[in-house]
Design a protein. Structure first.
Length: 190
């Protein structure tokens, strides 16, 4: 069993390490993604700053557990993983009298099916996953760590190595999300 520990970027979709589409060989891996996001301006649709005393800070620590099995499907390593995010959000719009902060478990991402191919000059990956709505959500609490909807995610990526030593490369990782509708609007606290 191999343990892989990485503390780069954050597990916000679109933020992944270099060679994000390259998956190691069979074994068990752990990654931790830590993110700090802060913004103090809010803009309208034309990009003009709104004078509303806006401030948001998000600190997230997402724990990802990956199991690359020894099973081969279509010549690829079969793998599965889950990501469990802990999120702190401090949010305010002073002009509207809105202020909220919360620390809690966010929605969990479960990827029960993923494939990873490895060639002498390339790596490629494909995955199907879902965000499960387990994080607390309340429409009256803008800092809620949950999003109140299920999300299906399709991942596709590739790394092409420009030299045989795999020192220079080009890499792309794309994800497409399909969101469900929110739960029953009459249920507010759950």
């Amino acid at each position: 069993m191999a343990i892989f520990f990485m503390q780069l970027g954050g597990y916000v979709n679109g933020v992944e390490r270099i060679k994000g589409s390259s998956v190691p060989g069979p074994g068990f891996y752990y990654r931790i993604y830590n993110v700090l996001y802060n913004a103090d301006t809010l803009a309208d649709n034309e990009g003009n700053e709104l004078n509303v005393d806006f401030d948001v800070t998000v600190i997230a620590s997402a724990h990802r557990f990956i199991w690359v099995t020894p099973v081969k499907i279509l010549g690829a390593d079969f793998l599965m993983d889950t990501t469990i995010p802990l999120i702190y959000t401090d949010f305010s719009i002073g002009a509207a009298g809105i202020s909220d902060s919360e620390l809690g478990l966010g929605d969990i991402c479960i990827e029960p099916f993923a494939l990873s191919w490895h060639g002498s000059r390339y790596d490629a990956a494909f995955g199907l996953s879902a965000y499960v709505q387990v994080g607390h959500y309340d429409k009256n609490e803008p800092a809620s760590p949950g999003k109140d909807f299920w999300t299906t995610m399709i991942t596709l990526g590739a790394t092409y190595y420009l030299d045989m030593e795999k020192t220079w490369f080009l890499s792309i990782l794309s994800r497409y999300e399909i969101h469900s509708n929110r739960r029953n609007p009459w249920i507010q606290n759950y």
